[in-house]
Design a protein around this ligand. Structure first.
Ligand SMILES: Cc1cc2nc3c(=O)[nH]c(=O)nc-3n(C[C@H](O)[C@H](O)[C@H](O)COP(=O)(O)O)c2cc1C
Length: 221
């Protein structure tokens, strides 16, 4: 991704994905450089350089994306940074076979999970509604809400990674029960996404795939 930054919005892997529709651009307030960094030139990465991802970068990502919205301001996403050799090897073994090589070169791998007991922080993060926690005392009521809102936050996190000048490689292909047994044996967090993070290698992306056009996605009634 970074090798594209600052270039004219021409092509990405031969596709016209980075050439924005003129009318659509006219509707944006976001400047071109940021739009390229976050969306148009940003790519999912599968191979990375050795350059490390620092704690300061991860903190900067959190300090940005924490402002994005969740229902009831519940913020159920939890991020586990897998840095030790032992934890990395354990995680690699839990990935789908086709994902292992993609993760192996990543300087940082993060496991995204949701906090099953997210309702316990509601009195703190939603002080305007002290009764909100009561709606979630049954654990069964918490999973769909927790997973959905954490998935929204995962999207924000991927954009935050890009905002830090890094590339992300999200992977849903892994043994969730196995990762949960390894990392969250108390059962209080449920993993749902593994994200490779780093600077993409020059050959670190696949060709850009097409996106659905406006009329296939948006209906006005
Ligand atoms: C939730 C999610 C799960 C994904 N799971 C995998 C995966 O298991 N393995 C993989 O190689 N890519 C995976 N991807 C990568 C997507 O295929 C990729 O982001 C998408 O095709 C867009 O690629 P682009 O950013 O280069 O345009 C996943 C992406 C997302 C957002």
């Amino acid at each position: 991704m970074t090798q594209h930054r600052g270039e004219a919005a021409t092509t990405v892997d031969g596709a016209r994905a980075a050439t924005p529709d003129r009318e659509a651009v006219a509707g944006l307030v976001l400047d071109d450089r940021a739009a390229d960094l976050l969306f148009r030139q940003a790519r999912t990465a599968y191979r990375f350089t050795d350059e490390p991802v620092t704690e300061a970068q991860v903190r900067a990502i959190h300090d940005l994306v924490k402002w994005a919205p969740t229902a009831l301001n519940a913020q159920p996403l939890r991020v586990t940074l897998v840095r030790s050799d032992q934890a990395r090897e354990q995680l690699l073994a839990r990935l789908a076979a086709g994902n292992r090589a993609k993760a192996r070169t990543a300087p940082l791998i993060a496991v995204l999970s949701y906090d099953v007991d997210f309702h316990d922080v509601l009195p703190e993060v939603l002080p305007s509604n002290p009764a909100a926690r009561d709606g979630f005392v049954e654990e069964a009521a918490r999973h769909a809400f927790g997973q959905f809102n954490a998935a929204l936050q995962a999207g924000y996190f991927l954009l935050g990674v890009r905002a830090a000048g890094l590339a992300a490689g999200p992977m849903g292909g892994f043994d969730r029960a196995g990762v949960d047994a390894d990392l969250f044996p108390d059962g209080l967090q449920r993993s749902f996404l593994v994200v490779n993070i780093g600077h993409p290698a020059p050959d670190g992306t696949f060709p850009r795939n097409p996106r659905l056009a406006f009329d296939r996605v948006v209906t006005t009634i």
